[in-house]
Design a protein around this ligand. Structure first.
Ligand code: AMP
Length: 421
């Protein structure tokens, strides 16, 4: 049998309930904060990511699903959500809306990474973007929402690591420092990092190569945070002060660099203690120059994305379950095969107030009850010729065996008064 592509997964049953719980909790917090949902296309022109995420990043160099369409255009399945949202903000003139514009999204992302636990080729993210503000309160708001959502989902073993990647000028000085430090050891670096030494030395810091990481440790590389200029430092201190006032717990991580070029100033990651190597639940940061990079109007922004599958793994590791799936309210069984259409009609009269299924074949009462139990229904509806003729159903509550003959409207009333809704 042909199977799903490696690194992609079918979502149903419990796995889907986790996704829905995570997106539902995120939605309630983000909408409460004034955000509207946005759904951008799953593919974009490749340049949106090349320019936005950065040509020297792992994502662009190795992980994008890029293809040429029939018109010879290069398109890419989105590896992340921010670049598309920022493109949409510029394209639809959202710059003239009352600022800041707050948008949230949830959906699939695609990265051609080696599949392993917590790392898929199609995965899902929920994300939040605040566009049109440079105020440190916007950074603190975004950080705190990511923190509150994970806490509301019941997670306790998370660690919020906060840092700053500085502004363009501080990054230039840091890149210069890294180049001077690492050039004498160039031959010890991986081929990718040798290239990055010329183009973007900061990207060496998030290299996945063990030898690169070993060398960095041996050399005792100074962190980005040491290189912040006065403006970036002031912004960072202001964000920290607001987070302290909000009661958000975080630790300063001076080494945070994030794997995307568009970040500037505040950046953060949230990790979980019980997830092993792929411990990042989400991350975000400020991206003031991104809009211009992809040809849009200058528009500062700050935002984050969380990996939904990773958050689900963290919930499982901590023993937090999503709400159980809604059980079947009633299973309607016709006593005669000719009454199948009548059973369907009865079901349509119960929808959508009740979750009702009907049998496609005749069932004797005993068999109907067993079928209803197998499907997890709370009630069984029996439909014989007499009931069909007078437009009623004989309904039995399975746990107490209480039985009533009722019209569909009365069935809805009886079942919902028992707290089924
Ligand atoms: P990033 O934009 O790379 O920081 O990703 C944000 C979050 O998405 C990460 O912290 C992970 O939780 C999740 N994520 C990123 N890549 C993958 C992947 N290949 N499979 C599953 N989750 C991922």
């Amino acid at each position: 049998m042909t199977k799903a592509v490696k690194g992609t997964h079918d979502l149903f049953g419990e796995a889907l309930r986790y996704q829905q719980a995570i997106v539902g909790t995120a939605r309630s917090w983000l909408e409460a904060a004034g955000a509207s949902e946005i759904a951008t296309p799953i593919f974009e022109k490749t340049e949106v990511f090349e320019r936005g995420v950065g040509a020297s990043t792992d994502i662009v160099q190795k992980e994008m699903f890029t293809f040429t369409d029939r018109g010879g255009r290069s398109l890419t399945l989105r590896p992340e959500g921010t670049a598309g949202v920022v493109r949409a903000y510029g394209e639809h003139g959202m710059k003239v809306w009352p600022q800041p514009v707050k948008l949230w999204y949830a959906g699939p992302m695609f990265r051609a990474e080696r599949p392993q636990k917590g790392r898929q080729r199609q995965f899902h993210q929920v994300g939040y973007e605040v566009l049109g503000s440079t105020h440190p309160a916007s950074d603190a708001e975004a950080v705190s929402l990511s923190y509150f959502i994970l806490r509301d989902l019941g997670l306790t073993r998370t660690r919020l690591k906060l840092g700053s990647v500085g502004d363009a000028e501080s990054r230039q000085r840091y890149n210069q420092y890294l180049r001077e430090l690492l050039t004498p050891y160039e031959s010890e670096l991986s081929a990718d990092s040798q290239r990055r030494l010329q183009t973007n030395p900061m990207r060496i810091l998030d290299s996945k190569s063990d030898t690169d990481q070993g060398l960095l440790k041996r050399l005792g590389v100074r962190p980005m945070l040491d290189f912040l200029g006065p403006a970036a430092r002031e912004h960072f201190d202001a964000v920290r002060k607001i987070l302290d006032e909000l009661g958000v717990e975080y630790e300063i991580d001076p080494t945070i660099v994030r794997g995307l070029d568009y970040y500037a100033r505040t950046s953060w990651e949230i990790h979980h203690d019980m997830l092993g190597a792929q411990s990042a639940l989400g991350g975000g940061g400020r991206y003031d120059g991104l809009s211009e990079l992809i040809g849009g109007p200058p528009s500062p922004g700050v935002g984050w994305a969380m990996g939904i599958e990773r958050v689900a793994l963290a919930m499982q590791a901590e023993g937090v379950s999503p709400a159980p799936g809604k059980r079947l309210d009633i299973y309607i069984a016709p006593l005669d095969a000719s009454l199948v259409p009548a059973a369907l009609k009865a079901a349509t009269e119960l929808w959508p107030r009740l979750r009702a299924e009907y049998s496609l074949s005749a069932r004797k009462p005993g068999k109907a009850i067993r079928e209803a139990e197998k499907r997890g229904a709370a009630y069984v509806g029996l439909l014989g010729p007499d009931e069909a003729a007078s437009g009623v159903i004989t309904v039995k509550k399975l746990d107490t065996a209480e039985q009533r003959t009722l019209t569909p409207a009365e069935v809805v009333a009886w079942l919902t008064e028992g707290g089924l809704e």
